[in-house]
Write a protein that binds this ligand. Sequence first.
Ligand code: NAP
Length: 279
Amino acid sequence: MTDHQAANAAKTIAVLGTGKIGEALLSGMIRGGRRPADLLVTARRTERAEELRTRYGVESVTNAEAAKRADTLILTVKPQDMAKLLEELTPHLPTGASPLIISGAAGIPTSFFEERLAPNTPVVRVMTNTPALVDEAMSVISGGSHATPADLAHAEEIFGGVGKTLRVPESQQDAATALSGSGPAYFYFLVEAMTDAGILLGLPRAQAHDLIVQAAIGAAVMLRDSGEHPVKLREAVTSPAGTTINAIRELENHGVRAALISALEAARNRSRELASGTG
Ligand SMILES: NC(=O)c1ccc[n+]([C@@H]2O[C@H](COP(=O)([O-])OP(=O)(O)OC[C@H]3O[C@@H](n4cnc5c(N)ncnc54)[C@H](OP(=O)(O)O)[C@@H]3O)[C@@H](O)[C@H]2O)c1
């Protein structure tokens, strides 16, 4: 453990608005060795608070209490609930050293927090994705004006418990949202369409689904582990005058490559609109 990791390990971390993403992070931190006694959670409903308490042995507190006690606050409410959460928190934050604020909310810029919090409050923004629920997240991390390298490393450690992390300048967060934030949905869409194709070719739906899902998993692992460029991997499946090249010709004829480029550009543009509050 480095000095920096040791310092972070001693900190109290609170997850505020512990829903799906918040719970994934909580369980990742506990599996990573953090003591439940050093973790606090908040929830809107008492049943949810009780569920988290019994499942993880963590203390469930109010947002005000978390603001008073935690060194790091991870905010994982939905974007539309963030302003209200901040109103509940800000009167209770210590006046001396500000805790680190880590926001996991899609599309909310660090300036939104900095405008509402005491001057010099360190804020880190993270865009993760739903595979956080199975420890295969891609979490894209950017620091606000007062976030230090140690604050970014702390956020990386927390989100690293549920997958991979990448630091980018905040100006690239909208592009990252289009690629990895929304990314899983494009793959689900492809699986759905390819399963329909399997049905057209006469396979039962369940079998078609299994064939495509396993092909997707195999391809994903090859992409991640072989270090090969996707073109090389595709060429290895594309023999002269074979089946694959006939399929590829159809994909090109239907402009699938251009459609994907436009689709991700549209997602980036929408993320930009939402972040600027013009959406
Ligand atoms: N799911 C995704 O695809 C995804 C991907 C990347 C990023 N994110 C971001 O992650 C964040 C969380 O998403 P999620 O899917 O985990 O949402 P979620 O399951 O709805 O979790 C949010 C939780 O916050 C609770 N909450 C709302 N206001 C609160 C308050 N004032 N005090 C305490 N608790 C409060 C909600 O309570 P109730 O149960 O009563 O509503 C809910 O349990 C969002 O900002 C989203 O943008 C989500």
